[in-house]
Each structure stands twice: as structure tokens, then as C-alpha cells.
Design a binder for this molecule. Sequence first.
Ligand code: ZN
Ligand code: ZN
Length: 243
Amino acid sequence: MFRNRLALEKLLTWIPTVCCVCGRSTYQRYALCEDCAGALPWIVDACVQCGDAKPGLALVNDRCGRCLLTPPPFDQSQGLFHYAPPVSRLLTNFKFHGKLADGLCLAGLLAERLQDCWRLGGKPELILAVPLHRARQRQRGFNQALEIARVIARTCQIPMARTEVIRRKATLPQTSMSSSRQRQKNLRGAFVINGTEGLDSVNSVAIVDDVVTTAATVSELAKTLRGHGIRRVQACYLARASA
Ligand SMILES: [Zn+2]
Ligand SMILES: [Zn+2]
């Protein structure tokens, strides 16, 4: 089976795909030509803990002042892009217009980055996609975070949480909240551990999402996990938007 997959991957490098950004044929692995991949709004400097990537952010030992004073409930962040064109367009196509390929090409790049980082240490024991509320998932037809998490789990060979954590509260979209206090209140108690078996022997979890803005969702989920004894929580996401 494994040998067949390798053979298939080798074969696929001989078949051109269409670049999600410029539409030209490409032989690159993730439906992004080399020029377009190089021109994406990659995050260069960010706080290693909260992932804040505002231009000009002052960092001390790779951490921002806010994390040094009041650290968030997660230990580390891995975000790949600023939420800017063409990433913002690809993610809108992915999330709202069902163009899975537009999100999965970015997910492939994130998975490769994480694989490189985790080779050096800090590899989590479990991958957890930010759960959507049942009603939202039914309406959208899929959970975009879960699709990204699948790519990461497969590339990095880490098991994925299935139903261990659920979203019991149908929260309002975080983008409709104007203050961080409102965002926190909107999310309080949103997640609940649903059956502990899959989490009992787990010490470290990587939370996966598509876009992070204030990290309020990741923080609430991290608090829920910590409440269950998970010691180490990382946040992994495709894009970081400015609050
Ligand atoms: Zn291109
Ligand atoms: Zn920070």
C-alpha cells in the first residue's frame, strides 16, 4: 500500500496541474507554480507564542511584549501567511465556494513547514481541527479546518482527533465582534470534551485552523484542552489576519 502511494506520487509529478493563482500549467506538487508560491505573502517575523505578525512588532527572544507579560493558554504558533491577496482570495474560494484545491495547496505548504519544524522537536501527539458547530457544518457541507488538518496528519504521520472535542455553542462569527472582550464572551464554554478515551494518554496537541485573527478561538479551545490535563498546545494555521 505504502509502495503504491509512493509510486502514485512519483507518477503525479509527471502530470501537470493548473496553478491556483495564475492558471498556468505547473509540475509543482501543490497546484501552485514556483513564481506564484514565491510571491505569496509569507510571514517572516512573528511572535513564536501568540503568532502575532504585525509589521514592526518588537520581539524579545522571539516573543512579543504581551506574551512576556500575560502569555496565552497555548505554547506556540505556526502561521504561514499574512491574510492578504492572493491567499485571502484562495481561502475565500476554499471556505465559501467549495474550491477545495485552493485551500489544499496552501495546506500542503503548511504541512511541509510543520514536518521540517517537528523534525527538530515538539512534534504533537494529536492533531485537532477547530470543530465547527453541527448546524454550521451542515450548512457549509464541510469543515475547512478539518480538511487542512487531514493534510497535516497525513504528511507528518500524526493521529487526528475525531470526535473527542465538540463545539456545543453556535457562536456568532468572530469577525462580527468589535472588541476582544466580546469575542471572548462569545466563545466562553463553546467547546466541550466529548468522551475522554482518545485524550487520556495524550500530552501534546496541535490545534489546526484556516485563519486566525485575535486567537480567541484557539485560546478557548486550548483552555478546554488544558482543563483536561493536556500539557502542551500549539496553534497551526494557514493565515494570520490583523485584528
Ligand atoms: Zn502561478
Ligand atoms: Zn506574542
